[in-house]
Structure formats: C-alpha cells, structure tokens
Design a protein around this ligand. Structure first.
Ligand code: ADP
Ligand code: ZN
Length: 622
C-alpha cells in the first residue's frame, strides 16, 4: 500500500504538471493543495480533497489524465454541471464527454466508441448510470484506473445534500480493486469527511483540507428596513454584473424580479414552482450573459457554474451558516472581488422557528425524533443569527464556525473591519423609549403596533386603543415605520425584549428590560438604514491597470462567440482572463500567450481576433 513517501514530489511529475498547466489552461501556478492532490492522483493513491467552492477542485481531476494519457472517470450528481464542464474542456481542446440520461442512444454509442478507442481523457457519469447500465464492464475494458467522485458529501446522510444513489458507489472499490478513488467536496465537518472515506472504502487516502476563508469575498450584513428599495439600490452598485438575489418565498422572487425589470435591470425569477422549460431558459440566459440578475429561492444554484458572479444578495436570513457558505460560495469563483450581502431582520428568526416546528410536527417522525430534529435545526438557525448580529469580523466568524483559525487582526473585506457599521449616538436612550412604550401598551401588541405608537402614527389600531394618549406616543416621530420596527427587532435580538410564539406574537418585557429601564444597562443600536459602502483593497487591485473600455469590447466579443457556439460565455473565456488581456494589452501572439487563461488551443482559436480587438481593428458591432 502506498505510503506518504510515495507521494513526495517527483521532479519529473511536477515538471510535466507545470507544462500541461500552461499549455492547456494558460495558468502559471497551482493553488495550495492542488499540487498535493495532483501528485496523489498521479501516484495512484486515494485522496479526499476538501476545498471550498471556487477552490479549484476540478483541475485536480482534469489534469492527471493529460499527464499520463489515461482515461479517468468523474462521477458527478448533476447533468447540468457535467455539460458545462465538458463545454469548458472542449474550449481548450480537451477530449472529454459525459454519459447521462438525456443523451440519445446514438450519441451514447459514439461516446462509448471514443471511450473504447482510448480517445477520451475524461468521462463524466451520473451515479445511477454507472451502476445500472453495464457501463462498468465497458470501463473495465477501457482500462480505467482512476475515479473521481465530485460532491462526495452526497454519499453521507450527515451532509446537507444526501443522495441515496451515491451509496451505490461503494461498488467501485469492489469492481476496480486496483484503481484509485479520489473524493472531492466542499463540506468540511469531520463527521461527513469520515463517512465519505468509509463509504467509498478509501485506502490510506491523502486527506487534503484547504482553508475555507474566501479572501476575495466582501461580507456585509445590513439591517433590513425596505427590502425592495434596498435590493434595487444595492444592485445599482453592480450594474451589468452577474448577481444572484435569494428570497425565501416563490412569490417574493416574482414580485422582486418584476420590480427590478421595471427599473431597467435584466432580471428573471427562478424557483422550483416554475415549469422546467422556463427554469431552463432562465439558467441558460444567465450562463450566456443575456440576463444579469436572477432572483431566486435556494432552488437556484447547484449547477450554476458562472464564475463571474459579483454579488450574492440574501434578502432574508438563510437557515444555517452551512447554507450561507454554500450560497455565497457562488460569488467570485474566478477569484476576483465579489460582494455577499445579507439583509437582516430578526423577524426571519421567528418565521424560521415557526416553520421548523410546523414541518417537524407534520413529519412522520416520532415525538423524540421530532424533538431532536427541531433542536438541531434551531441550533443551526441561531448560529446564523449570531453571525448576523455580531459586530465582529465576518471572515473570522465564518472561519471559526468551520473549525479554522483566522489570525489576521482585520480582513479589510467586511462591513465591520471597513468601519461601515455605525451605531446610533444615543442607543441607550432610544432603547429606553422603546421598552417603556412596550410597558405602556401592556405587552399585548406586536412589533408593528408598538412601532406605530412610537412614531406617532394615527392608525385605526392606535385610535381604537386610544394609544395616542400614551406618554410614549410619538417619541420617535423623526423615524419612519420601518426604521422603528428594525430597532424593536434589534432589542429582541439582544434579548432586551421578549416575544411570544404563536400566530400573533406580541412583544413583552423581561428581566433585562427592567434593568434597562432602571438605567442598569448600556445598549448599542445600529443605525437602521443601509450603511455607506467603502471600496475594498481587493476591488481596487482587481481593476489595477485594466483598460475598462477594452474589457467591455472583449466582453461583447465573448458574448457574440458564446451565442454563435451556443455555449455559456465563461466557458469561452473567464472574466479574470479577459481582465488580464485588458491590463497587458498584448500586441503579439507571444505576449498574448503570457496572459492568464491563454493556452495553445485558445491562442489558435482566438488569438487573431483578440489581437485585433486590442489593436482596435475589430469589425464594428453588427
Ligand atoms: P471548485 O470546483 O472547487 O468549486 P473550480 O474548479 O470551478 O472550483 O475552480 C474555480 C475557478 O478557479 C475556475 O475559474 C478555475 O479556472 C480557476 N482555477 C483553478 N485552478 C487554477 C489555477 N491553478 N490557476 C488559476 N486559476 C485556477
Ligand atoms: Zn473583517
């Protein structure tokens, strides 16, 4: 059995890896852990590679067969994901194909022929295809010696995306005792990791766990006061850029998308209730850059491989930090700066709690199991809430949650470290006004009514209860309804007020409220409006020296090529590569070859066209 010594750097392997990397991909360096993963693969040693989304896992299974001329198999859960990868590989001249249920019999036969003839370096297969169709025999005939299992956490029921068909992959070890198996995932918990190794029967695997921090992402949490208005303003900072806006309800996605479209943005809704054709059209339009914004429920995301997403905006609280990490992971996969913004209101915590209890009660589980399920989900929810509320570095908070230390004193890429969050000058006094209003209305009213009284609104409810006569009526008359509601929620978050459960929750006092009223507590309240956003270091660096006009022309050209070929734009060229060209302004093929993302194939296909664009010789737009 191979030990660690066998995967020690072999200079020849490393030299060949470097050669393939630059000739095919046009990249000059490997990312951390990629080198180790590649060496393990080439040495035929099993591996378990844990890297965050965007960390560069695909290269770890794409590159080895080019080095040793093998035919490798990748098991991948989603057809859309496979198709995109095959497209991207074909763009660099890489012989790859996919076998999935959507193929015609004749296409399938052709892939089989190529496989047996040894013409393929990579074959993508869906797990259910692999075990049920006699494909294993063909793979044996083709002499396959390496299997990569992508999204390997799907094999574990402790993971967040268990897929029963993945369990059958245990068969690989039996059928191919001499092949090596390489598992890839972005899920880091030790329990899931161990489960993957056991289920796949990995033998002394090289376990490679990357850092989970994504330094190019800027995290912000902004109090939610006016959802639609805030979303519109935030998207205004990202005009013409790929953005994903997450909502909880389907109706909300449609309403918001319609409003954004009305404001002139290229936006479409996406949720599981739309018919398949419509969903597919939206996904394609996003991939081909004919729309910029998708307003979606969490049903959108898996299989979205657009690497230049510049904004992931959550309009409501996700139910766990795992979910948040995964959804925000779709931003900035090209390594360029991208923003992840969460509009937070503690009202979401209450809605989620109610939902968690309701769905547990409606499940088939027995009382004990329901209890366990509710407890675990509420724990996840509260970890998410603490993240949103804490006035502490978001990068540090996320890293620590995922079990990794974050040592930098400031990240330079979150609202807290950038000093964007500002607190009310008189937080304690404002808090006292709110709490005494709750005391005056007798703890029998919800957030909205309390806020109406505080800002002095003459609503029907206020009149009915004669609350305009209270001494607290109009104490916060200079704020609007949403701002006051937001402040009440901040007090609920800090447990300076309580709230009952049920359908019509009311706000009540607790021990801490009384301490506050007695003057025994200081309170910090955040300014309940969107903070002014500052530019980050990473954003500035990404644009350093980039000729923006040239970049725009290159992007237009890319869109035309993508349309003509019917392929997603990023598979033609990713943004980082276009920026590298727009920065270096290469004047010769040799100079172009030095730009990121330009290998021999792309040089041959597009070199002349690109050099023309750089030199300003391209045809005017048709
Ligand atoms: P993952 O599968 O881990 O989510 P990907 O494999 O899709 O991540 O890689 C994310 C991005 O990083 C892609 O745009 C890819 O081209 C780029 N990338 C990967 N490895 C390198 C490298 N060594 N040098 C430059 N870019 C890389
Ligand atoms: Zn920070």
């Amino acid at each position: 059995m191979p030990g660690p010594a066998d995967t020690a750097p072999l200079p020849t392997d490393d030299a060949r890896i470097a050669d393939v990397l630059s000739r095919w991909w046009g990249f000059d360096t490997l990312r951390p852990l990629q080198a180790d993963a590649l060496r393990a693969a080439l040495a035929g040693r099993d591996s378990l590679v844990v890297l965050p989304t965007g960390g560069g896992k695909s290269l770890c299974y794409q590159l080895p067969p080019l080095v040793d001329g093998a035919t490798d198999v990748v098991i991948s859960p989603l057809v859309a994901l496979m198709k995109d990868q095959v497209d991207a590989l074909e763009a660099i001249g890489y012989p790859a194909a996919a076998i999935h249920g959507a193929l015609e019999a004749s296409e399938r036969a052709r892939v089989r022929d190529r496989l047996i003839a040894g013409d393929l370096r990579l074959l993508f297969v869906a797990p259910e295809r692999l075990v049920n169709t006699g494909l294993l025999d063909i793979l044996a005939r083709a002499g396959v010696r390496r299997f990569a299992v992508d999204e390997a956490h799907c094999i574990s029921q402790w993971g967040h995306d268990f897929r029963p068909e993945y369990r059958q992959l245990a068969l690989l070890r039996e059928r191919f005792p001499h092949a090596s198996i390489h598992a890839f995932t972005a899920t880091a918990t030790p329990r899931v990791r161990d489960d993957i190794a056991t289920q796949l029967g990995l033998r002394d695997p090289a376990v490679l766990v990357g850092t989970f921090d994504r330094p190019n992402l800027v995290y912000r949490v902004v109090p939610r006061t006016d959802r639609a208005g805030q979303v519109e303003a935030i998207l205004g900072r990202h005009r013409g850029e790929a953005s994903i806006v997450y909502c909880i309800s389907r109706k909300e996605t449609e309403r918001l998308a319609a409003r954004l479209a009305g404001a002139g943005l290229l936006a479409q809704p996406y949720h599981a209730g739309l018919d398949a054709t419509r969903r597919h059209r939206t996904q394609e339009a996003f991939a081909r850059e004919t729309i910029d914004v998708v307003v979606a429920t969490v049903a959108f995301g898996m299989g979205i491989d657009r690497s230049d997403v510049r904004l992931v905006l959550h309009t409501a609280l996700p139910k766990s930090l795992e979910a948040y990490q995964q959804e925000t992971g779709r931003a900035g996969r090209d390594g360029l700066a991208a923003e992840c913004l969460l509009l937070y209101s503690s009202a979401d915590v209450f809605s989620w709690e109610a939902l968690v209890r309701k769905s547990a009660a409606e499940s088939d589980l027995d009382a004990d199991e329901q209890e366990t399920l509710v407890r675990s989900q509420i724990e996840h929810l509260h970890a998410m809430r603490r993240y949103a509320q804490a006035a502490r570095c978001r990068h540090a908070a996320l890293s620590e949650y995922f079990g990794q230390r974050y040592d930098a004193p400031t990240c330079g890429a979150c609202d807290v470290c950038l000093g964007e969050t500002s607190s009310l000058p008189d937080g304690t006094v404002t808090a006292q006004k709110i709490v005494s209003c709750v005391a005056r209305v007798g703890g029998r009213f919800g957030v909205r009514h309390v806020a109406e009284v505080l800002r002095g609104a003459r609503t029907e409810g206020v009149a009915r209860h004669r609350h305009e006569e209270l001494s607290t009526f109009g104490l916060l008359a200079d704020l609007d309804q949403r701002a006051v509601e937001n402040l009440v929620h901040q007090l609920l978050d800090q447990e300076l007020l309580s709230r009952t459960g049920g359908d019509r929750p009311v706000v009540t006092l607790n021990d801490r409220s009384w301490e506050l009223l007695r003057g025994a507590r200081e309170v910090v309240l955040l300014e309940p409006r969107a903070a002014r956003v500052r530019a980050t270091r990473a954003e500035a660096d990404d644009w350093e020296g980039v000729d923006r006009d040239l970049l725009e022309r290159l992007r237009r050209w890319r869109r035309r090529v993508a349309e003509a070929r019917g392929k997603p734009a990023w598979t033609i060229f990713d943004d980082k590569s276009l920026r590298s060209i727009a920065r270096d302004r290469p004047a010769s093929p040799a100079a172009l070859l030095r730009c990121r993302g330009i290998g021999e194939k792309r040089l041959a296909d597009f070199g002349a066209a690109i050099l023309d664009i750089v030199a300003g010789r391209e045809q005017a737009d048709a």
